[in-house]
Design a protein around this ligand. Sequence first.
Ligand SMILES: O=C(O)CCC(=O)C(=O)O
Length: 312
Amino acid sequence: MKSFHEIQARDLNTPVLQNEIDTKGYVLVRNLLPREDISRALNAITQVLSAAGWLLPGYDPLERMANPDAACGDPDPAFKSTYQTVFNLESFHALPHHPALQSAMKVLVGDRVLVHPKPIGRLIFPNCERLTVHAHQDYRFMGGDPECFTAWIPLHDCPIHAGPLRVVEGSHRAGYVQHADENLHVPEISSDTVLEGDWVSGQINAGDVLIFHSLTVHAASPNLSDRLRISLDCRFQDYWRALNPANLVFSGESGKSWEKTYAGWQSDELKYYWRGLPLAFQPSKAEIEQLSQTAEPPEKRARYARMLRQLD
Ligand SMILES: O=C(O)CCC(=O)C(=O)O
């Protein structure tokens, strides 16, 4: 597979960043984030995973040696409860707000940067094909305005055999691609779909950030190592552009809430930071209210009703 084209953070400037994203749909920035800041998040996460029995005893949790008997992934209930503990960590939420990442994002979205408040932690057990994320475009999941960008941040050095992300170079230019969803837990682009552009991949290290457009097709490589692959992905956009409010709330049935997320936090700085911004919801609150009464099937109505309650 073709290797990523990479840029050192020290060589990053506005034309370079814009040109990489415009032409390739991604930019791999080496050494954008200080390793100590990455380690802080990894340390907190691996403590949680160790307590959950996901890591082999006798090793430093930072080594991430996987306990194969604990292997699980979304939507397994065992996965969800541990994931929730990881999601609630303050250091996990702090990373997307890192000033170095914000500066890079300002170049792409302008000064009105909205960091979507729900980053996703990927806690990927090795040698579990069913846990490998298949080809998709984030726009399928985020909705709103396609001028939205993802930052994929490994929390440790991630060689190819540990399953880093790979992308189809230039695929954002072909627009939205149909995703199959029948009988699938997560919709994906069928492997029969002909995509324009080459798959590109390579080792991504702690401190590096892979940034890509919401229409760039990407997938994870399989984790063929003996360790968990741990990364975080988060999304950024101009807050005057359309935003799907689903990205701000917990509309599933799990009872998650921002209050529960924040319960153990030391600082208030990053709590509800988006609430004062003039956001352009799509669908609007009035449309969500309507959908909470008319959408089919009834589970969808319930989902919209939960969304509406949290937007009040
Ligand atoms: O890290 C992964 O396994 C998948 C990440 C992904 O699909 C994304 O960042 O959008």
